[in-house]
Write a protein that binds this ligand. Structure first.
Ligand SMILES: [Zn+2]
Length: 300
């Protein structure tokens, strides 16, 4: 069973799934750049429809409480487009954390996550289906980040829902260890943004823990070329880890939209998948990355 904003579905109903997206998000309250947000249902629906026209059926929407996730809007977006959306509970980077987290224990923060996973988000009965995107700062854990990660571990081990992270190379192993120490099933862990690190040996060390990794910023070629991304995926598949990779675009601002002349939510299907095919991926492995892996990780 997978918990979406429109209710529970069977894992076979998921189809091609983007593992790390934002359809309603506000990072602007910290960044103040005027563009780091996606506010309206109207602006995002056509972008999602273009993605769905390429075969995408579902997405994990990883916007957190402190990204001002709006569950009513996510429900509306799902109703209008037909996209199956798994919403998240969680907190992001330290600078986004509400002040109250300093006063709370990991157990108390976990209670918030468990309430959103099992009772409902805000005043609704719409439940989160994953704990995400649990973040650590690039140079190490800052402020309450480690405590929030521990809370995610507690909530995951108690409920069986997966944890998806925002993680760089510095904090990756500590992130995995912290979650495993809390009793989280390694196959319920997605270590996110790993495509931004061009280091297959490092990826293999992480994957030895039984976790999954996100190649989830596809199309963001300013940070990493899409050719390198796809080559690195192929290397990991050749090493036997095709069961532990998920894909996404991670669009967090409207200026990435096709309406601004950019690639929007289309990069996985229009850039990464064709490159993987060019590099010889089998249909079976491609189906794992797009369909089977997200379904297995989300299902409980
Ligand atoms: Zn993200």
């Amino acid at each position: 069973m997978i918990q979406t904003v429109l209710g529970n579905i069977k894992k076979e109903e998921l189809g091609i799934t983007m593992a790390h997206e934002h359809f309603n998000i506000d990072l602007d309250h910290v960044r103040h750049d005027g563009v780091s947000k996606i506010e309206t249902v109207e602006e995002v629906v056509p972008e999602i429809e273009k993605m769905m026209a390429l075969g995408v059926n579902s997405a994990i929407e990883v916007s957190t409480i402190d990204m001002y996730r709006d569950i009513h809007k996510l429900k509306r977006i799902s109703e209008i487009t037909g996209l199956k959306i798994v919403a998240a509970t969680g907190y992001y980077l330290s600078e986004y954390h509400p002040e109250e987290l300093t006063q709370k224990s990991a157990e108390e923060i976990a209670e918030t996550f468990i309430k959103e996973l099992t009772v409902g988000i805000d005043d609704t009965d719409i439940k989160a289906g994953i704990i995400a995107e649990i973040a650590s700062s690039p140079k190490g854990f800052v402020g309450q980040e480690k405590k929030v990660l521990e809370a995610a571990g507690i909530a995951s081990s108690k409920t069986g829902f997966a944890v998806s992270t925002h993680t760089g190379k510095v904090t990756a192993f500590e992130t995995v260890k912290t979650l495993l120490d809390k009793g989280v099933d390694p196959d319920k862990i997605i270590i996110g943004h790993q495509d931004l690190i061009d280091d297959t040996e490092y990826h293999l060390e992480l994957l030895k823990n039984g976790v999954n990794i996100g190649f989830d910023t596809c199309g963001k070629s300013a940070y990493m070329s899409d050719e390198v991304r796809a080559h690195n995926i192929m290397k990991l598949i050749e090493k036997g880890y095709g069961d532990h990779i998920v894909l996404s675009n991670d669009i967090s601002r409207r200026t990435y939209f096709t309406s601004f002349g950019e690639k929007g939510y289309l990069s996985v299907m229009k850039i990464t998948v064709p490159l993987l095919k060019e590099y010889g991926i089998s249909d079976e492995d491609l189906n794992k990355l797009l369909v089977l892996n997200p379904a297995r990780i989300l299902d409980k």
